[in-house]
Each structure stands twice: as C-alpha cells, then as structure tokens.
Design a protein around this ligand. Structure first.
Ligand SMILES: [Zn+2]
Ligand SMILES: [Zn+2]
Length: 332
C-alpha cells in the first residue's frame, strides 16, 4: 500500500516545479527583493530606536521639567503643593512605566523567534522520501498540509515566509520595523509594543499641545518636532493597532483574514455560512492570544511561554486537515 499520510499523491493537479521563463524570472526577482529587505532590516530597527529615543529624550528633558518648574514657581508653599507634587510624581512614574514597557516589548518582539515547524532532521527517512516524492498538489492542500518551498508538512496555521526562508507558526506578517516575522511566540509582544507606543505618543502629544498652541513666546524646535512626530505616529499607529485588535479578538491572522474572506464569499455563493474554525468567542480569543488566565496580567512585562512544537510532530495526526473542507480546484 502507498505510504501517503497527507493524502496528497493520489490527487490530480499541476506539477510543483515551476515552468516557463516568466515564472523563473519572478522567482529570481522575489529572491533579490527578499535579500534587499533582509539586508535593510537592521536599518529600519535602528531608525525606530533613534526615533523613539529622540521623542523620549525631549519628553524627559524638556516637557517633564516644564511641569516641574511650573510646580516650583506656582505652588511651592501653598496649600495645593501636595496635590501638585503628586501630579508631578504621577507624570514621572507614568512616563517611566511607558518607556520601560515600550523597550521591553520591542526587544522581545525582535529577539523572540516566532516559532517554526519541525525541521527535516526530525522526520524519519521514510517520511523524508515521501515528502520528496510529492509531485502534484492543489492549492487547498498546500494551504493546510504541505510547504512547497521547505518540502515539509505545514502545521496548522503555519505559513512560509520568503524573508525568513522558513515556515512560521501562526504567521501574521513579516515586519521590517522589528526585522522579524510576527508569529505565534512574539505576536503578544508586538501588540503590546504597538499599544504602549500608541498610548505614549498620545500622551506626549497632549503634553506638547500647550507649548505649541497656547504660548505667545518662541516655540523650541524640539517641542514642535516632538508634537508633529507623536501626532503623526499616533494617527498611523492607531489604524494598525485597532486592525490588529480586531484580528486578535476574532482569532485570525492577517494572512488568515484574506483566506477567510475568500471562503466567506465562496460559502455565500453556495448559500452557506463560513465560520472561522479558530474563533472561540471574544473572551476565549483574548485569553488564548495573551496566554494568561488572569485579565490583569495581559499587559504586564512578563515573558510568555514559547511554543516551538519541539515534540516531534506526527504527520499521521490530523490537525493539518481541520481546515481542509474547501474543495476548490485551484492549483499551484
Ligand atoms: Zn516553508
Ligand atoms: Zn519572516
């Protein structure tokens, strides 16, 4: 009997190997573009660090001291001095907490591997021979079962990243700003980084506002720049953050959202309703994503447990088949 645990070799479809000069040219172009993006990745990270560092510097050396000066000039030796001192303490504490969380989550997003399926040395010779023997495959099957680039089985929700040159578990997207893929193990850090950065930008913008619009004297360049930068970042980041929060609370990645949209259309044409198989409801999705049983811990700067699927994956198990109910005939 044919060894075919993925049920791929007995299907009809086009060959995996790409034909034509056009296709070869596009493959080469993709390799070149990937190499360029990989190469300039550290520059993006450096730029982000300098930008955040400059805004933080202006905040701590220009904006917060202004509050301090105002406190000493206006409230010292008055009845309201205690309240104003507490107000000052609040601003310094909040600023420090925000900056620490931005740095912690940004570093963790960069250094945490997003998670990869088992490598080829974790399969038996028979299994590896089987993977090499796969010559025909359909798009619906590649989505769930097999990576045509790695020539290895895909785990559920894993996708191949051309930039990282490997499959990534629960891949959301490859982000040049963190020079890493955002996937299963670092998505939480990425979202917390975006959230803390967005809150910080709105906060700095709010503190800069009186300096820019309510002063009759000369506006320092640094204050004006910090206002313009934080306003721009908070608008741009706000859109991305709320989009990501929608995906998290509906348990989809960016890649899955595009796939699900097609499935919803197809189901609608047939008079059916497509449901995202991973959606566990608002609460379930929240706790699953932030990997905690206590809501008050979700935004804390704590290290999440990593899930690298180190345990050898048994390809005869069925998790890859869960979503394989789309019988379309698209081929790769
Ligand atoms: Zn792959
Ligand atoms: Zn990647």
């Amino acid at each position: 009997m044919l060894y075919d645990p993925l049920g791929i070799n007995n299907t009809s479809g086009n060959s995996l190997s790409s034909g034509g000069n056009n296709s070869k040219f596009l493959d080469k172009l993709e390799v070149v573009i990937s190499a360029i993006v990989r190469g300039i990745g550290p520059l993006f990270v450096g730029f982000a660090v300098v930008l955040i560092g400059c805004i933080a510097y202006v905040h701590f050396t220009v904006l917060l001291p202004t509050l301090k000066n105002r406190y000493y000039q206006e409230y010292e030796y008055t009845d309201s001095s205690t309240i104003e001192f507490l107000n000052l303490l609040f601003h310094y504490t909040l600023s420090t907490v925000l900056l620490f969380n931005i740095a912690f989550n940004y570093i963790q997003t960069i250094i945490t591997p997003p998670g990869s399926p088992p490598k080829d040395n974790e399969y038996s010779t028979q299994e590896l021979q089987y993977f090499k023997s796969i010559t025909t495959i359909k798009r619906s099957e590649t989505w769930n079962k097999f990576c045509v680039t790695c020539r290895l089985p895909k785990l559920e929700r894993a996708h191949h990243c051309q930039l990282c040159q490997s499959c990534v578990l629960r891949m959301d997207h490859h982000c040049p700003w963190v020079n890493n893929c955002v996937g299963l193990n670092n998505h939480r850090y990425f979202i917390l980084f975006l959230s803390y950065l967005w809150i910080s930008c709105i906060y700095v913008c709010y503190l800069s506002f009186p300096h820019v619009f309510r002063t009759k004297s000369f506006i320092p360049f640094t204050t004006l720049m910090s206002f313009v930068l934080t306003l721009t970042i908070s608008i741009a980041l706000g859109g991305l953050l709320f989009w990501q929060l929608y995906l998290i609370l509906s348990n989809q990645t960016t890649i899955e959202f595009l796939h699900n949209r097609t499935q919803i259309k197809r189901a609608k044409d047939k008079g059916e309703i497509y449901k995202n198989p991973y959606n566990r409801g608002f609460k379930g999705n929240f706790y699953e994503f932030f990997r905690t049983n206590h809501w008050y811990l979700f935004a804390m700067p704590i290290l999440s447990s990593r899930n690298n699927f180190i345990k050898k994956f048994d390809i005869t198990e069925t998790p890859m088949l869960v979503n394989n109910n789309n019988n379309n005939d698209d081929t790769v």
